[in-house]
Write a protein that binds this ligand. Structure first.
Ligand SMILES: NC(=O)c1ccc[n+]([C@@H]2O[C@H](COP(=O)([O-])OP(=O)(O)OC[C@H]3O[C@@H](n4cnc5c(N)ncnc54)[C@H](O)[C@@H]3O)[C@@H](O)[C@H]2O)c1
Ligand SMILES: O=c1ccn([C@@H]2O[C@H](COP(=O)(O)OP(=O)(O)O[C@H]3O[C@H](CO)[C@@H](O)[C@H](O)[C@H]3O)[C@@H](O)[C@H]2O)c(=O)[nH]1
Length: 428
């Protein structure tokens, strides 16, 4: 099939490369010329394991990128994978996506064959109608040839390629059998390969599934963090407790890693948007508000554990890990941001290190000192905070001996306790 993907960020680039890998002819379209040039050069515009290899294999063959919407109608399906960032009230800013939807509709004005526009971006159920209208209004007199569907994406950053090519479920939200058939055809090679579960429903329910999925996982982490905070009060190791409760398959062992909390471009944004949209509809989602509040408290708790041991004012303090999780350079809503802000407010001199995310964090905090490696950050530091669970932090050992005050607050359960090191786990 011929497929267009509008938006070549984390989702669009991964989905485009993976659909090309499944045998489709894919064109990715982005308004950012640098992003388009990178893809056409076979280089991923983002750090995502496996993506460079897929681009190198398929660019110039079945995958190409452009800034032009001109030939959209030549394809069978157009996916919209444009950003939907949070506004300060928690609602999502659908502006960029609506504008892409309108441009897509306009590009289909001369369509003479049916075309399916699929929303892959995450939008709340009430936003679906707005998007439908934007595409169809854009299409004008060709509107009868165009239909809008939803196909939310469940990939995680750091394992996006693997997640897309081996999904636990695929969700089709459509208004007609024709649209369902078209989505089935897009995913047919993947379903044949993996036997993935396919959920077929309407577009609004499909988007609610996406929100419920993310908010459930964020709540699970906040619950284990709350339990972990109580464990810490009693001198109990929350990881031992989590291992035990995870044996109950009604609870499950995954997503029970307590610590400094959830960040990223999705959990914070999606939780805030669901709270906002529920409130707008007249329902007050108290539990979800508590889920956010527990998460917001963890970075401060981490800094407090350090200040229980050392005076940070005017002293170099190492912050290890800046991305919101390992395997990505993405710092959107990384827990490192409130940690650095808190240290800064206390007058500490932050020395930060991350294997991938330094350039991104430098834009956010240009005044922070960035170290070459973890050993460099730890040298002469009066304390260290481990914020991201990069594998390389597990191997740290004698590097702690070079600290001026060997105190480590571990927010991710990665550092080994050792003689001569004052070690504080956040929830253990
Ligand atoms: N990041 C993830 O892992 C993930 C996973 C599942 C779902 N989602 C959802 O997918 C959507 C996209 O997220 P992302 O992280 O890929 O965003 P992103 O910011 O990485 O990428 C968005 C891209 O869209 C481009 N763009 C903006 N307006 C455009 C237009 N009019 N025409 C063409 N391109 C345009 C931007 O230049 C950018 O490259 C969001 O709704 C997000 O919630 C993200
Ligand atoms: O036990 C855990 C698991 C995760 N996290 C944190 O939770 C955040 C999110 O992690 P993860 O879900 O692995 O990464 P994302 O790339 O944000 O993926 C989530 O958000 C995506 C965007 O919507 C969805 O597609 C995915 O299914 C969903 O897992 C990160 O800060 C993790 O450090 C924990 O603190 N403890």
């Amino acid at each position: 099939m011929q497929i267009n993907i509008i938006g070549s960020g984390y989702v669009g680039t991964t989905v485009g490369a993976c659909l090309a890998d499944l045998g489709h002819e894919v064109t990715t379209i982005d308004i950012d010329e640098e992003v388009v040039a990178a893809i056409n050069a076979g280089e991923s515009p983002i750090h995502e394991p496996g993506l460079d290899d897929l681009l190198a294999e398929h660019v110039g063959e079945s995958l190409s990128a452009t800034t032009s919407y001109e030939n959209l109608a030549d394809a069978d399906v157009t996916f919209l994978a444009v950003q939907t960032p949070s506004r300060s009230d928690g609602s999502i800013d659908t502006g960029p996506l609506l504008s892409a939807a309108e441009m897509t509709g306009e590009a289909l004005r001369d369509a003479t064959e049916r075309h399916l526009v699929v929303v892959k971006s995450t939008v709340t159920p009430p936003n679906v109608e707005e998007l439908r209208a934007a595409v169809l209004d854009g299409a004008g007199s060709a509107r009868d040839y165009v239909e809008v569907a939803a196909n939310p994406e469940f990939q995680r950053e750091g394992s996006a390629v693997e997640d897309f090519l081996d999904p636990q479920k695929i969700v089709f939200g459509t208004d007609s059998d024709w649209a369902t058939e078209r989505l089935r055809a897009v995913y047919a090679p993947l379903v044949a390969d993996t036997g993935a579960n396919v959920v077929e429903t309407d577009p609004e329910t499909a988007m609610m599934v996406k929100y419920a999925n993310n908010v459930f996982l964020a709540s699970k982490i906040s619950l284990i963090n709350e339990l972990g905070n109580v464990c810490k009060e009693f001198g109990i190791d929350a990881y031992e407790v989590a291992d035990a409760i995870g044996m109950d398959d009604r609870i499950g062992e995954r997503f029970l890693r307590s610590g400094v909390g959830w960040g990223g471009s999705c959990f914070p944004k999606d939780t805030a948007a669901l709270i906002d949209t529920a409130r707008e509809s007249g329902y007050d989602p108290e539990l979800l508000e508590a889920v956010v509040s527990v998460n917001d408290g963890q970075p401060d708790r981490m800094v407090e554990l350090l200040t229980d041991h050392v005076n940070v004012e005017g002293r170099p303090i190492a912050v290890l890990g800046l991305s919101f999780k390992p395997g990505t350079g993405d710092i959107r809503n990384s827990r490192a941001i409130p940690v650095i802000e808190r240290l800064d407010a206390l007058g500490a001199e932050v020395v930060a290190y991350d294997p991938v995310a330094i350039d991104n964090m430098r834009e956010r905090f240009p005044e922070v000192t960035y170290a070459e490696d973890a050993a460099d950050a730890l040298r002469d530091a009066h304390g260290a905070l481990v914020v991201t669970d990069w594998d390389e932090f597990e191997a740290l050992d004698s590097e702690f001996d070079a600290m001026a005050r060997p105190v480590v607050v571990d927010g991710r359960h990665v550092v080994e306790r050792r003689d001569g090191l004052t070690y504080e786990g956040l929830t253990w």
